[in-house]
Ligand binder design. Sequence first.
Ligand code: XIL
Length: 356
Amino acid sequence: MHSSQPSRRAALAGLGAGAAATLLPSQDAQAQRNAIRYGVAAMKENFNEDPLYRDALVKYCDIIVPMNDLKWEALRPARGQFNYTDADRTIQFAQSNGKSVRGHTLCWYNALPNWVKSITTAREAEAELRNHIEQVVDNYRGKIPSWDVVNEAISHDTAKQGVWRNTFWQNLLGERHIEIAFATAAKADPKAQLVYNDYDLENTGERESLRRQHTLALVRRLKDKNIPIHAVGFQAHLYAERTIDPDGIARFVKDLRALDVAVLVTELDLIDWRLPAATAERDATAARHVKTFLSALSDAGPVDSIITWGITDRYSWIPEHFKRRDGLPNRPLPLDENYKPKPFMDVISKFRAGLG
Ligand code: XIL
């Protein structure tokens, strides 16, 4: 199997797998089989300004993902220019603290620099997409063993909007842009884990079921064309008021595994805008919901890694989109605003130790 090939597993192993080492010997073998690496997407602003944030990354995680610094907007100030300075700071920090790194993301409709608008033909778009992926993946070969190659190519509501999201890349290249992206990434770093990443894949309901089906069809098509894809990333921005679909997840994961495609959790957080105000109750409900999701996923097969989109409630993207009506701050992440672990972190720690 691709995902269990020794070279790939070794490349992805990184350090920081110490969680399992504290177990009793009798628990050890089973736990090591089930242990899941834990990662955090880190924002450079918090990273630069807040030493407690850096301490928390060192203390809790095995993998660090530069949250915004590998997006086109950050890397490509002008056509023909590549600026790796911000991403490099986080990556160097990860490396010097024994953490692995994930790359997010090589092809997305969002966070594109303005100059991209000057590209108006399919030929130019293809050349620019290829060039970007070649340069960036090559620059980080050996340093970034796992990439979100394409992010959010499937439309929000496929029944109403058609399968593919209406994006810059889709408009100029059609769905071929996905194939170009994966094929180029594979060539630039044949050892990297190449991931298709998307949201709303975990809940009940026709819309999410269709999104799973279209994701599976996309993976199948790439496989049929011998274009490497190694995993699907569940972003997992979980809405507390929605219902996780364990059966839907199980079928999806089984079908993916039959195609030799692994799953990982890439952007986990808990959208608590509709939850009751009381802190302890809110945190307990949030943790239960996260556990329901992670259990459904890991029951369906091994989960490669779990990454949360941030680590502390002090800094999160959730309030930008999901503010609470009562004006109270959101509590979407595993540590509270003072870096105290919440029940959410206990859930993560159990999965990380293989006891989830
Ligand atoms: C978000 C970041 O968290 C914000 O800091 C930024 O302003 C906008 O992007 N899905 C994704 C991520 O794939 O890249 C997004 O990250 C959140 C939704």
